[in-house]
Write a protein that binds this ligand. Structure first.
Ligand code: UN1
Length: 513
């Protein structure tokens, strides 16, 4: 990957020296076993990080707790100023960071840059929000009393993120948490640990330049055992976790047991409904990007196309033809559309899905397969595949994190398509392609899509940061990013002040002494 300027990028991101892994600010002290990060792009080792031991973790928490005492007293707009500076650094380092995301995770360079852009956008959003952490005022039922509410910081926010958005998901959480006055401990995916170190280096410099306590941003590394240090820790009032539904259930139960808060962003099984008067050209762009973008590894990736029978052959032929144009290869090369998937386990999951769909009665329309030979040495490049299937097949009900798209047919009205769309355990993103006002509004109504995201004439992926992001049912119910998602990072306090010399009781109660 030297040809693509990776060496320079690693240098710019401070990743030349290895043995990072656990840190508060720019203070590194990981003592656990080593994780080697190798690229799915070419199989080469990119670097190493050390994992976090329980003892390291205690140091991290102590540093975060100390930092919180200071940080919570800074006025929120000043905290916003720090996030603004962080956003500026991200602008400056957009290219090297986008490149690292592409190289360590495998998504296209364009998508790597897009991911860093999401970080920049959430910083801008958070800066504005730092002057808008509004509560309400209410009228008291008692004379001479004033009642209002205010939002206070929570404390330490634990962030557990996934490999597929190795930098943006952290930023969505951390930018809002910081302006809220919280401090963060981040456990990035053990599949993309260097993205974590690179981000930590960026914010550590900003904190240092402003003479702020380094524990405002902390990094821990390792597998679920390190995650468990946080999920079971009462000193961490909020855990924000992104990953599989299986992982989310474990996190929710550990955090729930100690009555902590959790924000969960789990699996999706996203569908596009293609109605009789859908625009076929728009449908093809939306569906193909949704299914093969990020090699099918977004939680918002399009897994199912639910096509009206009157459109079925036309849409099928157009999508199959578009798949014929796809170029698979090194994601740093801008001529390619599809890069590798994350690792050999993911390849096994992909192979299994293609095997299962046939076993369960489906029919392959675009043949899959693992690519080999020059340029594909990592063994992680797979061909985006399409199968005709039915919604009740067990494999269609399951989220396979790879480029496998299922075509389903519906007849009659949009109600039937909605039954299929909603007939899965997950509830993240959904879309309808229609020019029919009645269908569109039906889809958006309370008897329509049951997902957290519902789009009209747009695909399922690529949500903007300004809206609340998340989903229902097995997706976990959390909301991150825009709108009023910030409220989960703060605690609400209701305040009532009596400015009389009497003490009237509420509810008209008389209590004479
Ligand atoms: C994810 O896959 O975890 O809507 C997040 C999208 C992106 C975020 C995806 N903005 O596709």
């Amino acid at each position: 990957a030297k040809d693509f300027g990776m060496d320079v990028a690693l240098e710019q991101l401070g990743l030349k020296e290895t043995n990072h892994g656990t840190s508060t600010g720019n203070h590194h002290f990981g003592n656990g076993a080593t994780i080697t990060s190798s690229s799915p792009v070419d199989g080469a080792v990119i670097g190493k990080v050390t994992t976090t031991t329980q003892e390291d973790y205690e140091k991290v928490v102590a540093s975060a707790q100390a930092a919180f005492k200071d940080w919570r007293m800074k006025p929120a707009p000043l905290r916003g100023e720090i996030v603004r500076q962080f956003g500026e650094e991200l602008r400056r380092l957009k290219e090297p960071l986008g490149k690292l995301v592409s190289y360590e995770m495998g998504k296209s360079y364009q998508e790597g840059l897009g991911e860093v852009q999401e970080m920049i956008d959430i910083c801008d959003f958070a800066v504005g929000l730092s002057r808008q952490l509004h509560g309400l005022t209410m009228h008291s039922e008692r004379p001479g009393h004033r009642m209002y509410e205010q939002y206070h910081p929570l404390g330490i926010v634990g962030i557990i993120s996934a490999f597929n958005f190795p930098v943006a998901v952290w930023a969505w959480n951390t930018a809002l948490a910081w302006i809220s006055g919280d401090v963060c401990i981040w456990k990035p995916s053990e599949k993309t640990p260097l993205c974590g170190v690179a981000c930590q280096n960026i914010i550590a410099t900003v904190l240092k330049n402003n003479n702020l306590p380094e524990g405002i941003s902390c990094l821990v590394n390792g597998d679920y055992k390190v995650g468990e240090m946080m999920t079971t820790d009462k000193r961490v009032p909020l855990i924000s976790a992104t990953g599989s539904t299986r992982m989310g259930r474990i996190v929710a139960s550990k955090v729930g047991e100690r009555l902590g808060k959790s924000l969960l962003e789990l699996g999706g099984n996203n569908a596009i409904i293609v109605t009789p008067d859908a625009d076929v050209k728009m449908t093809v762009i939306g569906a193909v990007f949704g299914a093969v973008g990020t090699a099918g590894q977004r939680c918002t990736s399009t897994r199912r196309l639910i096509i009206h029978e009157s459109m079925y052959d036309k849409v099928k032929d157009a999508v199959v033809a578009a798949y014929g144009q796809l170029k698979i290869g090194n994601p740093l090369d801008e001529n390619n559309h599809v890069g590798p998937i994350i690792d050999k386990d993911a390849v096994a999951g992909y192979n299994n899905a293609l095997e299962q769909v046939v076993k369960q009665g489906g029919k392959i329309l675009v043949e899959g397969g693992v690519l080999s030979g020059a340029g594909y040495e990592s063994g992680c490049y797979v061909k985006p595949a399409i199968a005709e299937a039915t919604n009740d097949m067990q494999i269609v009900q399951h989220e396979t994190f790879a480029p496998v798209l299922y075509l389903l047919k519906y007849s009659g009205d949009v109600e039937n398509a909605l039954d299929l769309q909603n007939g899965v355990a997950q509830g993240l993103s959904s879309a309808i392609m229609t020019n029919n006002l009645r269908e569109a509004e039906h889809f958006l109504s309370q008897r329509g899509s049951d997902c957290g995201i519902a789009n009209v004439n747009i695909g399922t992926s690529g949500a903007e940061i300004g809206g609340a992001f998340g989903g229902e049912k097995d997706t976990g119910g959390g909301r991150e990013s825009g709108s009023d998602a910030w409220k989960v990072y703060m605690r609400r306090q209701t305040n009532t002040i009596n400015y009389t010399t009497e003490l009237p009781l509420a509810q008209g109660i008389k209590f004479d002494l």
